[in-house]
Structure formats: C-alpha cells, structure tokens
Design a protein around this ligand. Structure first.
Ligand code: NDP
Ligand SMILES: CCCCCCCCC/C=C/C=O
Length: 336
C-alpha cells in the first residue's frame, strides 16, 4: 500500500487564500488495476488560475494543477516504470492514473514528458508546458506581431510574461515590460533584453509610455487587467492588437464588486483595435509545436526560462500565495 498526501480546498476563499482554507489529507492508495500507472510527483506548479478558477468548483475539491512525476509502478505497457508524466493531478505526492480511455474530461490533461533535449524536467510545467504554450500561442496567434512593431507586456517578469517579451524580441519587435519591483525591471532590461521596463507600482505609466513608445503601441499582451491595462490601451496605434491573457490584479477580489477601470471603448472604436481573450487549452493539440520552438530557442540561447524554485510538499501553499503577491521572478515551481 502507498501512503499519499494531497491538498484539499475545504473553505471558500475570501480575498487572498489562507492556510486553513486548505487541509493536507493523508490516505492510502488502492492497489493499481490493469491499465493503471502509479505516479510519484517530482515537481508541482503553482499558478494564478488556481485562484481565478476557485469559484467554479464546489467545496471541498482536490487542488488541481500541473505536475511532473515518474511512473513508480505500472500495469500499462505503454507507460513502463521510469516513464515521466505531465498531468493535471495537482498538489499531491502520489497519484494513480488510467490512460486507457484517453483523457476523460477536458480538465484531465495527461501526457508523456515532451522531448526536453536535456533541459531540466521542471520546464515541463513551465516554459515547455502550459505556461510556455500560453505565451507562444496567446502572443503569436492573437497579436500576430511584425518585426519593428512595439509590444507591451504586463506581468512581464512572471512565467508567461517573461517568455512573451523574449518571443517578441525573437520576432524583431521593440519590447516594453511592466513588473512590480525594481529588481525585476533590472532583470528584464539587463538579462532578458527588453528595450525598456518599468515598475508599475512607482512609475507614472502614462508618461513612461509616451517616452518609451513615442510612436504608439502595436501589440499589448495583458496579464493583469485593471487601470494599467486601460492606460496602455489608450496609447495603442490604429489596428493595434490586444491579447487578454489574464487579469491577476483582481483575482483576489469579489468578481461581482470589481472596481471601475477608465473607459477604453472610444479607443477601441477610433483606433479599430482588435481585443481577444483566450484560454490556452484551445491550442492543446498544437502544444508540441510551441514546445519544439521553445526548446530550440532555449538551447540556442535566444530564450531564458528562469524558475523560482521552492522545496517541499509542506511549502506549496506558501509558494502559491507568494506567487500571487509577486515574490517570484520567472515561473514559480515546487520541487518535492
Ligand atoms: N489565458 C490563459 O490560458 C492563461 C492565463 N494565464 C494568466 O497569465 C498571467 C500570468 O500568469 P503566470 O505567468 O503563471 O504568473 P506569474 O509568474 O506572472 O505570477 C503572477 C505575477 O502577477 C503579478 N501580480 C500580482 N498582483 C498583481 C497586480 N495587482 N497587478 C499587476 N501584477 C500583479 C506579480 O508580479 P509583480 O511583481 O510584477 O506584481 C506575480 O509575480 C495571469 O494573469 C494568469 O492568470 C496563465 C496561464 C494561462
Ligand atoms: C483543460 C483544462 C485544464 C486546465 C488548463 C489550465 C488552463 C489555464 C487557463 C488560465 C486562465 C487564467 O489564468
């Protein structure tokens, strides 16, 4: 018998999630059946959608999320012992997965570790996982950037944003990022090659953009929403494109009581902007395309996939809340 642990959400979040909204449950896994694999978790992802999706699920629920693990026992010849698996089984240290019928629900994503060509396996829940696919498709498919255009990214020093900015540079764009600390700003400019970055907590964004993008903004990759996004959209060029990826500035708010943001509709009409929200599973069957390009870019030194690593099953919750408040630079992951 294998003893397993999992994080169960047992209370409705009220604002920032609290430790006692969760319970760590210990339980015994049953013996595996024909077709099953027993997966031991090695890396766990903490992500903003784990906060944003909270209201979709009745309490209690097992905390969902991406993870990488290794097959420790198998009754499925397609997944022998030692195979590495990416799944959406969330914050648990062991899981039993049966893949005979494929993925049973749209939330039940499981696949073999992509070919990382020797890169760290943690990348499979970061730059070579859902986060990388979000940056790749969300930016390239929706913004359709052209060389020479000016791109603005918010949440620029996080998992998705740091990749979007670098992909924009690879595509020959001028890139301006907004992030929440001066250290992050330095990292974006000095290490990642952003043309300009700003601390949105201390800068006058309207003035900063007038100076950094005197010819206007062509593409905006929006990770944060709120007033900052309105200011950015206000300075877009005709036929500008906005990819609305996330809205983390309000994830801890009551969605029915959101603060008012400045009006942007006039700019949308007068500048004929194209604004599109997306959820990355729309491109699930094309993830390998993104993974292949991203692995090649990392290997050729064109793209850096920084990770903010915390260790220990007991520290997953703290890492999650720290990420929501901006303590991470790059993708926040937990090593078990
Ligand atoms: N549409 C989709 O399919 C997907 C959307 N997303 C979205 O992409 C965004 C980035 O996710 P991800 O890269 O995983 O996470 P990050 O690694 O970017 O971590 C979250 C970051 O958000 C920033 N942040 C927190 N509060 C605020 C605020 N009030 N205003 C501005 N920034 C804030 C913090 O950085 P700072 O120090 O800069 O404040 C923090 O580091 C999120 O909005 C997420 O929901 C992610 C995956 C898929
Ligand atoms: C098909 C469902 C699996 C969950 C995948 C993760 C979706 C992330 C979407 C993020 C939205 C905002 O952060």
């Amino acid at each position: 018998m294998v003893k397993a642990r999992k994080y169960v959400v047992k209370k409705k979040f009220d604002g920032v999630p609290k430790r006692d909204d969760y319970e760590i449950v210990e339980y015994e896994l049953p013996p595996i059946q024909n077709g099953d694999i027993l997966v031991k978790t090695e890396w766990i992802s903490v992500d903003p959608y784990q906060r944003a999706y909270h209201d979709r699920y009745p309490i209690p629920y097992d905390q969902f999320g991406f993870q990488v693990g290794i097959v420790e026992d198998s009754k499925n010849p397609k997944f022998p012992v030692g195979t590495r698996i990416v799944s959406h089984r969330g914050w648990c240290d062991y899981s039993i997965i049966n893949l005979n019928d494929g993925n049973k629900t749209s939330f039940d994503i499981t696949y073999k570790l992509p070919d990382l060509k020797g890169l760290p396996i943690s990348h499979a829940i970061g730059a070579v996982g859902m986060v990388g696919a979000t940056a790749y498709f969300g930016f390239l498919e929706i913004c359709k950037p052209k060389a020479g255009e000016t791109v603005v990214v918010t949440g620029a020093a996080g998992g998705v944003g740091s990749l979007v900015g670098q992909i924009a540079k690879i595509k020959g764009c001028k890139v301006i990022g907004f992030a929440g600390t001066d250290d992050k700003v330095q990292w974006l400019e000095k290490e990642l090659g952003f043309d300009k970055a700003f601390n949105y907590k201390t800068v006058d964004a309207r003035k900063a953009l007038k100076e950094a993008a005197p010819n206007g903004i062509d593409c905006y990759f929006d990770n944060v929403g709120g007033e900052l996004s309105s200011i950015i959209m206000n300075q877009m060029n005709n036929f500008g494109r906005v990819s609305v990826c996330g809205s983390i500035s309000v994830y801890n708010e009551d969605f029915s009581q959101l603060p008012k943001a400045p009006i942007v509709q006039v700019d949308i009409v007068m500048k004929q902007l194209k604004i599109e929200g997306f959820l990355v599973p729309r491109w699930l069957n094309r993830f390998p395309e993104a993974f292949s390009d991203i692995v090649n870019w990392i290997q050729s030194g064109q793209l850096k996939a920084k990770e903010h690593v915390t260790e220990g099953f007991e520290n997953i919750f703290d890492t999650f809340v720290a990420m929501l408040s901006g303590e991470n630079t790059g993708k926040a992951v937990v090593k078990l």
